[in-house]
Design a protein around this ligand. Structure first.
Ligand code: SAJ
Length: 427
C-alpha cells in the first residue's frame, strides 16, 4: 500500500506511528503546533526519548519520506494522535481532538480515511468527531471513512509494540472499520480486529480500568490486612496459586497517564452505573495518605528525617508526572518532615526539591521510604545503611528490596500491623 499519511500530533504515539508508516513506504506529513518540534524533526533529530526512534526518524527524514509541518496537507489517510488531558473535575478535555479534527477539514478529499488514535470517552467518535466532519459537508462513512483505533503501546517498547500488538479498529460503520483496518494491516503483525467505534473506545478504556480496579482490590486488601493482622503479600501469593486468580499488587497509589485517568472517562459518561470503577479510583487515590499515616507510626509520630527512594510512577522509568510518590512528598512536606530524595532515573530539573546521592539521602535518616521499584533498589548497600542512618529502618511500599541484615527493620505490606511490636523490640 502506498499513499500519503498526515499524522496530527507528534508526541509519544504520533511520532513513532509516523516513522513506521514512512519506513514502509508511505509519504508522511507530521503536524504539530510547536515550531520547535517541527524544526527539530526536520533536522532529523527527535524531541522525545524512545528506544530506536532517533535512528528511524533520521533515516526517514533523509529518504524524504517524513516531513514535519505546522499545518496539515492533503493526504489519503489522516491520523489524529493528540493528547486528551483530564480537567480538574476528572472529565476529559477534548479541545485538542476537536481542534485537530477541524484543522484537517480543508485538506480532506473524497474516500479519505480518518482515524482517531487519541484515548477518548465512549461515544466521542459518534457524538463529537463525526458531527464536525458532517457539518463541513462530508458524509462520514459514505464519502469519507471514520474510525477509532486506540494505541496500546508501552513506552520503551513503542516501535516493537506498534508492530507486534493486536489492534482494535472501530469504525463509524462497517466500511469505515474495514478501510481503517486495512491501513494498519500494512505494518501490524498482530491481529487487526474490526468493530464499532464505541466498542473500540470502550475496550481501550476497560483495559486500563481492569488494571486499576484490580490494583484497588489489592490496596484494599493491604488496608484490611493492616487492621486484622494479616500478611497481605503472602495472601496474594497463595491466592494466586489458584489457576483462575490473579490478584495484583498493593502500592503507594496508581500513577501514569493511563490507569489513573482512563477510568474517569467511563465514570463521566455513566456516573450512576460506574460505581465500582469510581470507588476503585478513590481507593487508589487514598494510598498516599495511607502510606503517610503508616510512616508516622513507624516514626512514632516524631517529625524525623525520612529518605525517599524513588519518585517515578513505576520502576525503571524517569516519568514523575502523575506519580503517587510526588503526592506523598507533598503530604510529608505539609507535615514538615525533614526529607531527602534519591532516584537514579530522575534529573534535577524534573522536580522542585533538591535530589541527593544515596549516601546523602540516607545520612541521619530514621526511615528509608521506598516509593518506586527501580532495579537498583533490589540490593541496597546495607553496610552503608547501618553506618549512615540514624535508625536503620526501611518502609518498602513496592516490596522490591531484599534485606539480609537482621539489624535493619524492614516493613512492607506484609507486616505493617507489626509496627508497634517491632518498634518496641528496638528500644
Ligand atoms: N501498579 C500497582 N500494582 C500493580 C500494578 C501496577 O500499584 O499490581 C501501579 C504502578 O506502579 C503504576 C500504575 O499502577 O503506578 C500504572 O502502571 P502500569 O504498568 O500498570 O501501566 P502504564 O500506565 O504504564 O501503562 C498502561 C498499560 N496498560 C495495561 O497494562 C492494561 C499499557 O499497555 C498501555 O499502553 C498504557 O497504560 C496506555 O497508554 O493506556
Amino acid at each position: 500500500m502506498s499513499g500519503t499519511v498526515c499524522v496530527v500530533g507528534l508526541g509519544y504515539i504520533g511520532l513513532p506511528t509516523s516513522a513506521v508508516f514512512a519506513n514502509i513506504g508511505f509519504d508522511v506529513i507530521g503536524v504539530d503546533v510547536s515550531r520547535r518540534i517541527v524544526d527539530t524533526l526536520n533536522n532529523g533529530d527527535i524531541h522525545i526519548e524512545e528506544d530506536g526512534l532517533g535512528e528511524l526518524v533520521k533515516e526517514v527524514v533523509k529518504k524524504g519520506r517524513f516531513k514535519a509541518s505546522l499545518k496539515p496537507q492533503k493526504a489519503d489517510i489522516f491520523i489524529i494522535a493528540v493528547p486528551t488531558p483530564h480537567r480538574e473535575d476528572n472529565t476529559a478535555n477534548l479541545d485538542y481532538v476537536v481542534s485537530a479534527t477541524k484543522s484537517i477539514l480543508p485538506y480532506i478529499k473524497q474516500d479519505d480515511v480518518i482515524i482517531i488514535e487519541s484515548t477518548i470517552p465512549p461515544r466521542t467518535v459518534d457524538d463529537v468527531v463525526a458531527p464536525i466532519l458532517n457539518e463541513a459537508g462530508f458524509k462520514a462513512g459514505e464519502d469519507i471513512y471514520l474510525a477509532h483505533c486506540p494505541e496500546r503501546v508501552l513506552p520503551g517498547r513503542i516501535l516493537i509494540e506498534l508492530v507486534e500488538n493486536n489492534r482494535i479498529v472501530g469504525g463509524i460503520n462497517k466500511v469505515s472499520a474495514k478501510k481503517a483496518a486495512d491501513v494498519y494491516r500494512t505494518f501490524v503483525n498482530g491481529q487487526v480486529i474490526e468493530t464499532t467505534a464505541v466498542t473500540a473506545e470502550m475496550s481501550k478504556l476497560m483495559e486500563n480500568t481492569y488494571r486499576d480496579v484490580n490494583i484497588a482490590l489489592a490496596n484494599e486488601l493491604a488496608k484490611i490486612s493492616d487492621k486484622l493482622g494479616v500478611n497481605a503479600l503472602d495472601v496474594i501469593e497463595l491466592a494466586n496459586l489458584h489457576p483462575r486468580v490473579n490478584l495484583h499488587l498493593p502500592g503507594p497509589g496508581v500513577g501514569g497517564h493511563c490507569l489513573a485517568v482512563d477510568p474517569y472517562f467511563i465514570v463521566e459518561k455513566a456516573p450512576e452505573q460506574a460505581v465500582l470503577i469510581a470507588e476503585a479510583r478513590n481507593i487508589n487515590n487514598s494510598m498516599p495518605q495511607f502510606v503517610v499515616d503508616k510512616l508516622a507510626e513507624v516514626l512514632e509520630n516524631k517529625k524525623s528525617k525520612v529518605a525517599i527512594l524513588g519518585l517515578t510512577y513505576k520502576g525503571n522509568i524517569d516519568d514523575v508526572r502523575e506519580s503517587p510518590a510526588m503526592n506523598i512528598v507533598r503530604l510529608l512536606q505539609d507535615e514538615e518532615y525533614e526529607l531527602s530524595f534519591y532516584d537514579p532515573y530522575v534529573r534535577q530539573e524534573q522536580v522542585f526539591f533538591p535530589l541527593s546521592t544515596f549516601e546523602e539521602a540516607i545520612k541521619d535518616s530514621e526511615c528509608i521510604l521506598v516509593l518506586a521499584d527501580h532495579k537498583q533498589f533490589k540490593e541496597l548497600d546495607e553496610e552503608k545503611i547501618l553506618d549512615y542512618a540514624k535508625r536503620p529502618t526501611i518502609f518498602d511500599t513496592r516490596n522490591c528490596i531484599n534485606v539480609k541484615s537482621k539489624e535493619i527493620i524492614y516493613y512492607n505490606f506484609n507486616n505493617l500491623y507489626e509496627i508497634k511490636k517491632l518498634q518496641d523490640a528496638l528500644i
